[in-house]
Design a binder for this molecule. Structure first.
Ligand code: KG4
Ligand code: ZN
Length: 372
């Protein structure tokens, strides 16, 4: 069975072809991602109208490239899976319209996938590493990306219950803002991660970093808050006169504001604070929920320091820890095709033929939140 996946919820136009056989792990025949980072870099974040315009330009070539790379003709596809929400509505509509038109014209089922269900399913794509198997059910699914920092109890391929998450910014968003404050570029996550590693390489493990707050480290076990941490970084810069350039200039025309050694020390301090909070919360929630395993997905799951620190904690406490391959952490369509394929297997083709009125749902919630 061949599934075509389509993803346009934010700033990547993506399409992928997956083959589902009898075995549980699908094969990825192609995974094409056209990123718009260079378009949004100058603004330090995603501009919805520019994103939508670029998706319109890229959707047809990306779909064609995914089919070509997989060496399959569109007539061989058995079903189309597409991100229906959450995300930027003007961006979602581009992928949904293309997927719907394609499925309709070929008489195929169309599976509307929740973007976070896609991230959770990135764990069921091949990792190329036998020691990193897909997580068992039930497990704690932790999705940490540019738009979400949320805990789910995952009981099956179509069963996720929301347990809690951030009350304000997502962690990826905080990474992006911290990098923007220092004029370092977008997306901020990989840049901050690299500067932290550089700081450790130059100063040694255990070197003193800039101290930043660790919000909710010891209270609100299921909740996060990152806006105060982000503001603390901003205040640190302001207090040292490192945030003085002309605010009337657009961000890309401002001079480099922060010397590299300061940027490294701030990046290290921010990342140590954020990762300490994440590790503590994951450890607390997995214990409270009495779950045997944790999966981490979303763009921030690519973070090398987070991977290292969580692995140490998992080993010490005896739960199993699962990460997707790095290329499936940030937004892609293979994870959407994967979530769609498992749903199709569960519900059958007929369950996905009635989609004429399917609309984008920019604020769709995955699962229900139980009372805390
Ligand atoms: O999952 P994703 O591609 O998009 C959303 O669904 O939001 O995540 C993008 C986010 C960005 O905020 C980016 O800065 C962050 O993931 N990110 C990282 C790393 N790579 C990407 N954050 C920390 N460390 C990384 N290595
Ligand atoms: Zn995402």
């Amino acid at each position: 069975m061949l599934i075509l996946g389509v993803e346009t919820s934010c700033d990547e136009t993506a399409a992928a072809v997956l083959e589902f056989g009898d075995e549980n792990a699908p094969r990825v025949l192609s995974n094409v991602v056209a990123s718009q980072h260079e378009i949004h870099a100058r603004y330090g974040g995603v501009v919805p109208e520019l994103a939508a315009r670029r998706h319109v330009e890229m959707i047809a070539p990306v779909l064609e490239a995914a089919l070509e790379e997989a060496s399959v003709s569109v007539k061989e596809i058995d079903a189309v899976a597409v991100t229906r929400g959450p995300g930027l509505v003007v961006a979602l509509l581009v992928g949904l319209s293309a997927a719907k038109g394609l499925a309709w014209s070929l008489g195929l089922p169309l599976i509307g996938v929740h973007h976070l269900d896609g991230h959770v399913h990135s764990l069921y794509l091949p990792t190329g590493d036998e020691s990193n198997a897909p997580p068992p059910f039930p497990h704690l699914g932790f999705v940490v990306s540019g738009g979400h920092t949320d805990f789910y109890r995952v009981d099956g391929h179509a069963e996720a219950t929301h347990l809690g998450g951030t009350l304000d910014d997502a962690l990826g968003e905080a990474y992006d803002k911290v990098a923007a404050i220092m004029g370092l570029g977008y997306p901020g996550g990989p840049i901050v991660d690299r500067l932290h590693a550089k700081f450790l390489a130059e100063n040694g493990n255990g070197a003193k970093v800039v101290e930043f707050p660790r919000p909710f480290l010891e209270d609100r076990p299921y909740a996060f808050s990152f806006s105060g941490l982000k503001t603390a970084v901003l205040n640190y810069q302001k207090e040292r006169g490192l945030y003085l350039s002309d605010r009337n200039l657009p961000p890309w025309a401002r001079p480099q504001e922060v010397p590299e050694e300061v940027a490294c020390a701030v990046a290290a301090g921010f990342q140590e604070a954020a990762v300490e909070v994440l590790v503590e919360k994951v450890s607390g929630v997995v214990r409270r929920e009495k779950l045997p395993a944790v999966s981490v997905s979303g763009g921030v799951a690519a973070n090398s320091y987070l991977r290292k620190k969580l692995a140490e904690r998992a080993e010490g406490e005896g739960w199993s820890l699962h990460f997707p391959a790095r290329k499936y952490c940030t937004d892609n369509a293979a994870m959407i095709a994967c979530a769609g394929g498992f749903r199709l297997k569960l519900r059958g083709r007929e369950g996905f033929m009635d989609y004429a009125d399917m609309d984008a749902d920019p604020s769709w919630e995955l699962g229900d939140a139980p009372d805390e």
